[in-house]
Design a protein around this ligand. Structure first.
Ligand code: HAM
Length: 487
Protein backbone atom coordinates (compact mmCIF):
# COMPACT_ATOMS: atom_id res chain seq x y z
CA UNK A 1 0.00 0.00 0.00
CA UNK A 2 1.66 3.29 -1.01
CA UNK A 3 1.90 5.79 1.79
CA UNK A 4 1.92 9.53 1.08
CA UNK A 5 5.41 10.96 1.46
CA UNK A 6 6.59 14.58 1.65
CA UNK A 7 7.31 15.03 -2.04
CA UNK A 8 4.88 12.82 -3.84
CA UNK A 9 2.34 15.30 -5.22
CA UNK A 10 4.10 17.00 -8.08
CA UNK A 11 2.25 15.50 -11.00
CA UNK A 12 1.25 18.31 -13.34
CA UNK A 13 3.42 20.00 -15.92
CA UNK A 14 2.69 23.62 -15.04
CA UNK A 15 3.73 22.94 -11.49
CA UNK A 16 6.84 21.18 -12.75
CA UNK A 17 7.85 24.15 -14.98
CA UNK A 18 7.42 26.73 -12.17
CA UNK A 19 9.14 24.39 -9.86
CA UNK A 20 12.20 24.06 -12.11
CA UNK A 21 12.45 27.83 -12.59
CA UNK A 22 12.23 28.34 -8.86
CA UNK A 23 14.81 25.65 -8.35
CA UNK A 24 17.24 27.34 -10.77
CA UNK A 25 16.68 30.68 -9.06
CA UNK A 26 17.43 29.14 -5.76
CA UNK A 27 20.56 27.41 -7.00
CA UNK A 28 21.78 30.82 -8.15
CA UNK A 29 20.94 32.58 -4.92
CA UNK A 30 24.25 34.04 -3.82
CA UNK A 31 23.48 33.93 -0.10
CA UNK A 32 22.80 30.18 0.04
CA UNK A 33 25.36 28.38 2.18
CA UNK A 34 27.18 25.25 1.06
CA UNK A 35 25.34 23.34 3.77
CA UNK A 36 21.98 24.53 2.36
CA UNK A 37 23.03 23.50 -1.15
CA UNK A 38 23.91 20.03 0.09
CA UNK A 39 20.68 19.49 1.99
CA UNK A 40 18.19 21.13 -0.41
CA UNK A 41 15.62 18.81 -1.92
CA UNK A 42 13.01 18.97 -4.62
CA UNK A 43 9.86 20.45 -3.12
CA UNK A 44 11.61 22.79 -0.69
CA UNK A 45 10.15 26.28 -0.54
CA UNK A 46 12.67 28.36 -2.38
CA UNK A 47 13.72 31.83 -1.26
CA UNK A 48 15.07 34.05 -4.01
CA UNK A 49 17.23 37.05 -3.42
CA UNK A 50 14.31 39.45 -3.30
CA UNK A 51 11.63 37.26 -1.77
CA UNK A 52 11.06 36.22 1.79
CA UNK A 53 9.89 32.84 3.02
CA UNK A 54 6.24 31.94 3.04
CA UNK A 55 4.57 29.29 5.11
CA UNK A 56 3.88 25.98 3.34
CA UNK A 57 0.45 25.53 1.79
CA UNK A 58 -2.26 24.41 4.19
CA UNK A 59 -0.64 25.60 7.42
CA UNK A 60 -1.24 28.89 9.20
CA UNK A 61 0.17 31.16 11.83
CA UNK A 62 -1.97 31.55 14.91
CA UNK A 63 -1.67 35.28 15.53
CA UNK A 64 -2.26 36.86 18.97
CA UNK A 65 -5.92 37.86 18.30
CA UNK A 66 -6.82 34.28 17.34
CA UNK A 67 -4.81 32.95 20.25
CA UNK A 68 -7.30 34.61 22.58
CA UNK A 69 -9.91 32.23 21.13
CA UNK A 70 -7.54 29.28 21.56
CA UNK A 71 -6.92 30.25 25.16
CA UNK A 72 -10.64 30.48 25.87
CA UNK A 73 -11.45 27.17 24.14
CA UNK A 74 -8.66 25.42 26.05
CA UNK A 75 -10.02 26.86 29.29
CA UNK A 76 -13.56 25.62 28.57
CA UNK A 77 -12.33 22.16 27.50
CA UNK A 78 -10.07 21.81 30.55
CA UNK A 79 -12.82 22.97 32.89
CA UNK A 80 -15.60 20.76 31.49
CA UNK A 81 -13.30 17.73 31.06
CA UNK A 82 -12.01 18.01 34.65
CA UNK A 83 -15.56 18.31 35.99
CA UNK A 84 -16.30 14.96 34.35
CA UNK A 85 -13.20 13.19 35.69
CA UNK A 86 -10.98 13.42 32.59
CA UNK A 87 -7.23 13.91 32.93
CA UNK A 88 -4.98 15.44 30.31
CA UNK A 89 -2.67 13.40 28.11
CA UNK A 90 -0.19 14.43 25.43
CA UNK A 91 1.20 11.88 23.04
CA UNK A 92 4.18 12.51 20.72
CA UNK A 93 3.73 14.54 17.56
CA UNK A 94 5.03 11.54 15.61
CA UNK A 95 4.63 7.80 16.10
CA UNK A 96 5.77 4.72 14.22
CA UNK A 97 3.70 4.65 11.03
CA UNK A 98 2.22 1.26 11.90
CA UNK A 99 0.42 2.80 14.90
CA UNK A 100 -1.83 4.66 12.45
CA UNK A 101 -1.93 2.03 9.72
CA UNK A 102 -3.11 -0.65 12.12
CA UNK A 103 -5.67 1.51 13.93
CA UNK A 104 -7.14 3.86 11.31
CA UNK A 105 -6.93 1.24 8.53
CA UNK A 106 -4.80 0.97 5.37
CA UNK A 107 -7.72 1.60 3.03
CA UNK A 108 -8.91 4.82 4.66
CA UNK A 109 -8.27 8.19 2.99
CA UNK A 110 -6.22 9.28 5.99
CA UNK A 111 -3.74 6.40 5.75
CA UNK A 112 -3.69 5.93 1.99
CA UNK A 113 -3.48 9.60 0.98
CA UNK A 114 -3.10 12.02 3.83
CA UNK A 115 -0.28 11.02 6.13
CA UNK A 116 2.99 12.92 6.48
CA UNK A 117 5.32 9.96 6.57
CA UNK A 118 9.10 10.07 6.62
CA UNK A 119 12.06 7.91 7.52
CA UNK A 120 14.41 8.68 10.36
CA UNK A 121 18.17 8.29 10.07
CA UNK A 122 17.92 4.59 10.80
CA UNK A 123 15.34 4.04 8.09
CA UNK A 124 12.37 3.60 10.43
CA UNK A 125 9.04 4.84 9.11
CA UNK A 126 7.51 7.59 11.25
CA UNK A 127 4.33 9.62 10.75
CA UNK A 128 3.12 12.97 12.08
CA UNK A 129 -0.07 12.14 13.93
CA UNK A 130 -3.13 12.65 11.71
CA UNK A 131 -5.51 12.13 14.66
CA UNK A 132 -5.33 11.56 18.40
CA UNK A 133 -7.05 8.27 19.24
CA UNK A 134 -4.38 5.89 17.91
CA UNK A 135 -1.61 7.51 19.98
CA UNK A 136 -3.78 7.59 23.11
CA UNK A 137 -4.58 3.89 22.77
CA UNK A 138 -0.89 3.10 22.18
CA UNK A 139 -0.08 5.09 25.35
CA UNK A 140 -2.86 3.34 27.32
CA UNK A 141 -1.36 -0.06 26.48
CA UNK A 142 2.31 0.91 26.79
CA UNK A 143 1.80 2.59 30.19
CA UNK A 144 -0.31 -0.26 31.60
CA UNK A 145 -3.26 2.04 32.20
CA UNK A 146 -5.44 -1.07 32.34
CA UNK A 147 -4.21 -1.39 35.94
CA UNK A 148 -5.82 1.97 36.85
CA UNK A 149 -9.46 2.15 37.96
CA UNK A 150 -11.55 1.80 34.79
CA UNK A 151 -12.73 3.55 32.77
CA UNK A 152 -9.70 5.74 32.17
CA UNK A 153 -10.89 9.13 30.93
CA UNK A 154 -8.35 11.18 28.98
CA UNK A 155 -8.46 14.45 27.09
CA UNK A 156 -6.01 16.20 24.78
CA UNK A 157 -5.56 19.48 22.98
CA UNK A 158 -2.98 18.92 20.27
CA UNK A 159 -1.92 19.73 16.71
CA UNK A 160 -2.51 17.11 14.01
CA UNK A 161 -1.33 16.76 10.44
CA UNK A 162 -3.11 15.60 7.30
CA UNK A 163 -2.17 16.08 3.66
CA UNK A 164 -5.71 17.32 2.97
CA UNK A 165 -6.67 19.59 0.07
CA UNK A 166 -6.48 23.01 1.77
CA UNK A 167 -9.74 24.95 1.75
CA UNK A 168 -11.89 26.82 4.24
CA UNK A 169 -11.78 24.96 7.55
CA UNK A 170 -9.45 22.29 6.14
CA UNK A 171 -5.76 22.53 6.89
CA UNK A 172 -2.63 20.41 6.80
CA UNK A 173 -1.82 21.28 10.38
CA UNK A 174 -4.86 21.74 12.59
CA UNK A 175 -5.69 21.51 16.27
CA UNK A 176 -8.15 19.14 17.86
CA UNK A 177 -9.38 18.72 21.36
CA UNK A 178 -10.32 15.13 22.05
CA UNK A 179 -11.98 13.05 24.76
CA UNK A 180 -11.43 9.32 25.18
CA UNK A 181 -13.13 6.96 27.68
CA UNK A 182 -11.29 3.62 27.74
CA UNK A 183 -12.23 0.50 29.70
CA UNK A 184 -16.01 0.32 29.91
CA UNK A 185 -18.90 -0.41 27.59
CA UNK A 186 -22.32 1.00 28.25
CA UNK A 187 -24.56 3.20 26.10
CA UNK A 188 -24.81 5.55 29.10
CA UNK A 189 -21.11 6.39 28.58
CA UNK A 190 -21.70 7.19 24.91
CA UNK A 191 -24.60 9.43 25.93
CA UNK A 192 -22.50 11.19 28.58
CA UNK A 193 -19.66 11.73 26.13
CA UNK A 194 -22.02 13.24 23.57
CA UNK A 195 -23.51 15.41 26.33
CA UNK A 196 -20.02 16.65 27.29
CA UNK A 197 -19.12 17.44 23.67
CA UNK A 198 -22.42 19.26 23.31
CA UNK A 199 -21.91 21.17 26.57
CA UNK A 200 -18.49 22.40 25.44
CA UNK A 201 -19.99 23.56 22.14
CA UNK A 202 -22.73 25.36 24.09
CA UNK A 203 -20.19 27.07 26.36
CA UNK A 204 -18.41 28.29 23.25
CA UNK A 205 -21.63 29.80 21.92
CA UNK A 206 -21.91 27.77 18.71
CA UNK A 207 -24.10 24.79 19.66
CA UNK A 208 -27.15 26.03 17.74
CA UNK A 209 -25.24 25.98 14.46
CA UNK A 210 -24.78 22.21 14.58
CA UNK A 211 -27.00 19.16 14.53
CA UNK A 212 -26.04 15.85 16.09
CA UNK A 213 -26.06 13.06 13.49
CA UNK A 214 -25.96 9.56 14.90
CA UNK A 215 -25.83 5.99 13.64
CA UNK A 216 -24.72 2.51 14.66
CA UNK A 217 -22.32 0.67 12.36
CA UNK A 218 -22.66 -2.56 14.35
CA UNK A 219 -19.85 -4.89 15.31
CA UNK A 220 -17.58 -7.37 13.55
CA UNK A 221 -19.42 -10.56 14.54
CA UNK A 222 -20.31 -12.41 11.31
CA UNK A 223 -24.05 -11.91 11.85
CA UNK A 224 -23.75 -8.11 12.09
CA UNK A 225 -21.71 -5.65 9.97
CA UNK A 226 -19.92 -8.29 7.79
CA UNK A 227 -23.31 -9.46 6.50
CA UNK A 228 -24.18 -5.91 5.45
CA UNK A 229 -20.75 -5.47 3.80
CA UNK A 230 -21.34 -8.61 1.75
CA UNK A 231 -24.76 -7.37 0.59
CA UNK A 232 -23.29 -3.96 -0.19
CA UNK A 233 -20.65 -5.58 -2.39
CA UNK A 234 -23.37 -7.48 -4.22
CA UNK A 235 -25.52 -4.36 -4.56
CA UNK A 236 -22.67 -2.36 -6.11
CA UNK A 237 -21.55 -5.22 -8.38
CA UNK A 238 -22.15 -4.07 -11.97
CA UNK A 239 -22.78 -0.44 -10.92
CA UNK A 240 -19.10 0.50 -10.72
CA UNK A 241 -19.26 2.71 -13.82
CA UNK A 242 -21.66 5.10 -12.08
CA UNK A 243 -19.31 5.56 -9.13
CA UNK A 244 -16.65 8.22 -8.61
CA UNK A 245 -12.99 7.12 -8.79
CA UNK A 246 -12.65 6.92 -4.99
CA UNK A 247 -15.84 4.86 -4.64
CA UNK A 248 -14.68 2.41 -7.34
CA UNK A 249 -11.80 1.53 -5.00
CA UNK A 250 -14.07 1.55 -1.93
CA UNK A 251 -16.47 -0.89 -3.66
CA UNK A 252 -13.87 -3.63 -3.44
CA UNK A 253 -11.92 -2.60 -0.34
CA UNK A 254 -14.37 -0.97 2.09
CA UNK A 255 -17.94 -0.92 0.75
CA UNK A 256 -19.21 0.72 3.95
CA UNK A 257 -17.53 3.98 2.94
CA UNK A 258 -19.66 4.04 -0.24
CA UNK A 259 -22.54 5.08 1.96
CA UNK A 260 -21.11 8.46 2.93
CA UNK A 261 -19.66 9.69 -0.38
CA UNK A 262 -20.65 13.34 -0.86
CA UNK A 263 -20.92 13.23 -4.70
CA UNK A 264 -24.38 13.38 -6.25
CA UNK A 265 -24.32 10.16 -8.35
CA UNK A 266 -22.80 8.12 -5.53
CA UNK A 267 -25.37 9.53 -3.09
CA UNK A 268 -28.26 8.47 -5.33
CA UNK A 269 -26.91 4.92 -5.45
CA UNK A 270 -26.21 4.96 -1.70
CA UNK A 271 -29.78 6.01 -0.89
CA UNK A 272 -31.05 2.73 -2.39
CA UNK A 273 -28.27 0.54 -0.95
CA UNK A 274 -28.73 -1.90 1.97
CA UNK A 275 -28.87 -0.05 5.31
CA UNK A 276 -26.69 -1.01 8.27
CA UNK A 277 -29.53 -0.68 10.72
CA UNK A 278 -31.32 -3.61 9.06
CA UNK A 279 -28.34 -5.87 9.76
CA UNK A 280 -27.49 -5.06 13.39
CA UNK A 281 -27.15 -8.07 15.67
CA UNK A 282 -29.50 -8.11 18.71
CA UNK A 283 -26.78 -6.79 21.04
CA UNK A 284 -25.89 -3.83 18.78
CA UNK A 285 -29.58 -3.10 18.24
CA UNK A 286 -30.22 -3.02 21.99
CA UNK A 287 -27.12 -0.89 22.63
CA UNK A 288 -28.22 1.68 20.06
CA UNK A 289 -31.82 1.79 21.26
CA UNK A 290 -30.65 2.42 24.82
CA UNK A 291 -28.27 5.15 23.67
CA UNK A 292 -31.10 6.97 21.87
CA UNK A 293 -33.26 6.56 24.96
CA UNK A 294 -30.52 8.09 27.17
CA UNK A 295 -30.09 11.00 24.77
CA UNK A 296 -33.82 11.67 25.04
CA UNK A 297 -33.54 11.52 28.81
CA UNK A 298 -30.73 14.11 28.66
CA UNK A 299 -32.87 16.20 26.28
CA UNK A 300 -30.22 16.11 23.56
CA UNK A 301 -31.66 16.48 20.09
CA UNK A 302 -30.29 14.10 17.45
CA UNK A 303 -30.93 13.03 13.90
CA UNK A 304 -30.60 9.36 13.03
CA UNK A 305 -28.47 9.16 9.91
CA UNK A 306 -28.26 5.67 8.34
CA UNK A 307 -25.48 6.82 5.94
CA UNK A 308 -23.12 8.02 8.65
CA UNK A 309 -20.13 5.64 8.77
CA UNK A 310 -17.06 7.89 9.54
CA UNK A 311 -13.73 7.76 7.77
CA UNK A 312 -11.72 5.70 10.26
CA UNK A 313 -11.85 1.90 10.41
CA UNK A 314 -11.69 1.45 14.18
CA UNK A 315 -15.32 2.23 14.98
CA UNK A 316 -17.88 -0.25 16.27
CA UNK A 317 -21.52 0.40 17.20
CA UNK A 318 -22.00 4.14 17.89
CA UNK A 319 -20.79 6.77 15.41
CA UNK A 320 -21.75 10.44 15.58
CA UNK A 321 -20.86 13.83 14.14
CA UNK A 322 -21.89 17.43 14.72
CA UNK A 323 -22.86 18.76 11.29
CA UNK A 324 -23.20 22.36 10.26
CA UNK A 325 -26.95 22.91 9.88
CA UNK A 326 -26.39 24.83 6.62
CA UNK A 327 -23.61 22.92 4.89
CA UNK A 328 -23.85 19.44 6.41
CA UNK A 329 -21.00 16.94 6.63
CA UNK A 330 -18.43 19.12 4.82
CA UNK A 331 -17.81 21.31 7.82
CA UNK A 332 -18.48 18.95 10.69
CA UNK A 333 -17.16 20.56 13.83
CA UNK A 334 -16.39 17.22 15.45
CA UNK A 335 -17.06 13.52 15.41
CA UNK A 336 -16.44 10.33 17.26
CA UNK A 337 -17.76 6.96 18.24
CA UNK A 338 -17.18 3.69 20.00
CA UNK A 339 -14.06 1.63 19.23
CA UNK A 340 -14.42 -1.55 21.27
CA UNK A 341 -11.90 -3.55 19.21
CA UNK A 342 -9.05 -1.05 18.95
CA UNK A 343 -7.11 -1.74 22.15
CA UNK A 344 -6.92 -5.42 21.21
CA UNK A 345 -5.96 -4.64 17.59
CA UNK A 346 -3.12 -2.51 18.97
CA UNK A 347 -1.82 -5.39 21.11
CA UNK A 348 -3.67 -4.90 24.42
CA UNK A 349 -6.36 -6.89 26.20
CA UNK A 350 -9.91 -6.68 24.78
CA UNK A 351 -11.05 -3.29 26.13
CA UNK A 352 -14.10 -1.28 25.10
CA UNK A 353 -13.79 2.47 24.49
CA UNK A 354 -15.57 5.52 23.13
CA UNK A 355 -14.24 8.93 22.09
CA UNK A 356 -14.75 12.22 20.32
CA UNK A 357 -12.63 14.97 18.78
CA UNK A 358 -13.42 18.44 17.47
CA UNK A 359 -11.45 20.78 15.20
CA UNK A 360 -10.40 23.94 17.04
CA UNK A 361 -9.92 26.10 13.90
CA UNK A 362 -13.46 25.21 12.83
CA UNK A 363 -14.81 26.09 16.27
CA UNK A 364 -13.05 29.47 16.08
CA UNK A 365 -14.40 30.14 12.57
CA UNK A 366 -17.90 29.55 13.87
CA UNK A 367 -17.37 31.61 17.02
CA UNK A 368 -16.29 34.50 14.80
CA UNK A 369 -19.25 33.88 12.48
CA UNK A 370 -21.55 34.12 15.50
CA UNK A 371 -19.62 37.16 16.77
CA UNK A 372 -18.84 35.44 20.04
CA UNK A 373 -16.45 37.68 21.99
CA UNK A 374 -13.86 36.04 24.21
CA UNK A 375 -12.11 37.66 27.20
CA UNK A 376 -9.20 39.73 25.96
CA UNK A 377 -6.56 38.55 28.37
CA UNK A 378 -3.69 40.29 26.58
CA UNK A 379 -5.03 43.85 26.85
CA UNK A 380 -2.57 46.09 28.66
CA UNK A 381 -3.58 48.08 31.74
CA UNK A 382 -0.86 50.66 31.91
CA UNK A 383 1.75 52.36 29.77
CA UNK A 384 4.74 53.94 31.50
CA UNK A 385 6.34 56.98 29.88
CA UNK A 386 9.51 58.72 31.06
CA UNK A 387 11.62 61.76 30.35
CA UNK A 388 15.30 61.83 31.27
CA UNK A 389 17.84 59.33 32.57
CA UNK A 390 16.84 59.55 36.27
CA UNK A 391 13.16 59.12 35.35
CA UNK A 392 14.00 56.06 33.31
CA UNK A 393 15.68 54.51 36.37
CA UNK A 394 12.59 55.22 38.51
CA UNK A 395 10.38 53.70 35.81
CA UNK A 396 12.39 50.48 35.69
CA UNK A 397 11.56 49.77 39.36
CA UNK A 398 7.99 50.99 39.00
CA UNK A 399 7.30 48.74 35.99
CA UNK A 400 8.55 45.72 37.97
CA UNK A 401 6.30 46.58 40.93
CA UNK A 402 3.26 47.14 38.73
CA UNK A 403 3.75 43.79 36.99
CA UNK A 404 4.28 41.98 40.31
CA UNK A 405 0.93 43.40 41.45
CA UNK A 406 -0.82 41.86 38.42
CA UNK A 407 -1.03 45.09 36.42
CA UNK A 408 -0.24 44.41 32.77
CA UNK A 409 2.34 47.07 32.03
CA UNK A 410 4.27 48.22 29.00
CA UNK A 411 6.93 50.91 28.78
CA UNK A 412 8.81 52.26 25.80
CA UNK A 413 12.03 52.89 27.69
CA UNK A 414 14.00 52.88 24.45
CA UNK A 415 12.22 56.02 23.26
CA UNK A 416 13.26 59.45 24.50
CA UNK A 417 10.59 61.77 23.07
CA UNK A 418 7.58 62.01 25.41
CA UNK A 419 5.36 62.74 22.39
CA UNK A 420 6.44 59.51 20.70
CA UNK A 421 5.81 57.59 23.93
CA UNK A 422 2.30 58.99 24.35
CA UNK A 423 1.51 58.16 20.73
CA UNK A 424 2.64 54.64 21.55
CA UNK A 425 0.40 54.54 24.62
CA UNK A 426 -2.53 55.51 22.39
CA UNK A 427 -1.79 52.73 19.94
CA UNK A 428 -1.78 50.16 22.75
CA UNK A 429 -5.23 51.45 23.82
CA UNK A 430 -4.26 51.40 27.50
CA UNK A 431 -6.72 52.89 29.99
CA UNK A 432 -3.94 54.58 32.02
CA UNK A 433 -0.52 56.07 31.35
CA UNK A 434 1.96 56.87 34.08
CA UNK A 435 4.36 59.70 33.26
CA UNK A 436 7.55 60.45 35.18
CA UNK A 437 9.76 63.40 34.16
CA UNK A 438 12.47 65.48 35.82
CA UNK A 439 9.95 67.33 38.07
CA UNK A 440 8.29 64.11 39.24
CA UNK A 441 11.69 62.55 40.09
CA UNK A 442 12.56 65.62 42.12
CA UNK A 443 9.15 65.67 43.94
CA UNK A 444 8.85 61.90 44.43
CA UNK A 445 5.61 61.81 42.41
CA UNK A 446 4.15 60.45 39.17
CA UNK A 447 1.40 61.62 36.83
CA UNK A 448 -1.46 59.16 36.28
CA UNK A 449 -3.28 59.96 33.06
CA UNK A 450 -6.75 58.54 32.36
CA UNK A 451 -6.50 57.94 28.62
CA UNK A 452 -10.24 57.58 28.04
CA UNK A 453 -11.36 60.68 29.92
CA UNK A 454 -8.29 62.68 28.96
CA UNK A 455 -7.66 64.00 32.54
CA UNK A 456 -4.76 63.36 34.86
CA UNK A 457 -3.71 63.55 38.50
CA UNK A 458 -0.51 63.59 40.48
CA UNK A 459 0.15 60.71 42.88
CA UNK A 460 2.97 59.94 45.26
CA UNK A 461 5.53 57.64 43.57
CA UNK A 462 5.24 55.17 46.48
CA UNK A 463 1.43 55.04 46.13
CA UNK A 464 1.19 54.63 42.34
CA UNK A 465 0.76 50.84 42.37
CA UNK A 466 -2.10 50.99 44.91
CA UNK A 467 -3.74 53.89 43.05
CA UNK A 468 -3.74 51.89 39.79
CA UNK A 469 -5.01 48.78 41.57
CA UNK A 470 -7.95 50.79 42.91
CA UNK A 471 -8.67 52.30 39.51
CA UNK A 472 -8.66 48.89 37.77
CA UNK A 473 -10.39 46.89 40.50
CA UNK A 474 -9.10 43.61 42.02
CA UNK A 475 -10.93 41.45 39.46
CA UNK A 476 -9.03 42.93 36.53
CA UNK A 477 -5.61 42.08 37.92
CA UNK A 478 -3.60 39.37 36.22
CA UNK A 479 -2.12 37.77 39.29
CA UNK A 480 -0.10 34.62 39.33
CA UNK A 481 1.05 33.05 42.52
CA UNK A 482 4.09 30.76 42.50
CA UNK A 483 3.02 29.79 46.04
CA UNK A 484 0.48 27.37 44.46
CA UNK A 485 3.48 25.16 43.69
CA UNK A 486 5.00 23.02 46.43
CA UNK A 487 8.81 22.99 46.09
P1 HAM B 1 -12.19 13.21 12.57
O1 HAM B 1 -13.64 13.27 12.19
O2 HAM B 1 -11.25 12.76 11.54
O3 HAM B 1 -12.13 12.28 13.85
O4 HAM B 1 -11.72 14.63 13.08
C1 HAM B 1 -12.43 15.31 14.08
C2 HAM B 1 -12.57 16.78 13.72
O5 HAM B 1 -11.28 17.34 13.46
C3 HAM B 1 -13.35 17.05 12.46
O6 HAM B 1 -14.74 17.00 12.70
C4 HAM B 1 -12.88 18.45 12.11
O7 HAM B 1 -13.55 19.41 12.89
C5 HAM B 1 -11.43 18.40 12.53
N1 HAM B 1 -10.58 18.17 11.35
C6 HAM B 1 -10.31 16.99 10.75
N2 HAM B 1 -9.50 17.19 9.69
C7 HAM B 1 -9.25 18.51 9.63
C8 HAM B 1 -8.47 19.35 8.77
N3 HAM B 1 -7.78 18.85 7.77
N4 HAM B 1 -8.45 20.69 9.00
C9 HAM B 1 -9.14 21.21 10.04
N5 HAM B 1 -9.88 20.47 10.89
C10 HAM B 1 -9.94 19.14 10.69
C11 HAM B 1 -10.97 11.96 14.49
O8 HAM B 1 -9.93 12.53 14.31
C12 HAM B 1 -11.16 10.89 15.55
N6 HAM B 1 -9.86 10.63 16.17
C13 HAM B 1 -12.19 11.32 16.58
C14 HAM B 1 -12.34 10.33 17.68
C15 HAM B 1 -11.82 10.43 18.92
N7 HAM B 1 -12.96 9.18 17.60
C16 HAM B 1 -12.87 8.53 18.76
N8 HAM B 1 -12.16 9.29 19.56
Amino acid sequence: MPIQTWNSRSGNRKYFRCHCIAQILWYNTPYMTDEQRKTQKEGDILPTKNSSFQRPKGVHDILPDTHEYFTFIKKVVRHRARQSGFRRISTPIFEFTDVFRRSIGDETDIVSKEMYTFQDRKGRSLTLKPEGTAGVVRAYIENNMNTLPQPVELYYIEPHFRYDRPQKGRFRQFWQYGLEIIGESDPALDAQLIQLARKITEDLGVADLFSLQINSIGCSTPTCRPRCMEDLKNYYFGKERSLCEDCKVRATKNPLRLLDCKLEDCRILASLAPKLKDYLCPECKKFHAELLDFLKELKIEYKENPSLVRGLDYYTKTVFEFWDKETGAQNAIGGGGRYDGLVEIMGGQPTPAVGFAAGIERIIDNMKREQVKVPKKDDLHVFVAQLGYEAKKKCLTLITKLREAGIKTMGALGKDSIKAQLRHADRFCVPYTIIIGITEVRDGTAIIRDMRRGNQKIAKYSAVVDEIKTLLGEDALDTYSPSEVVY
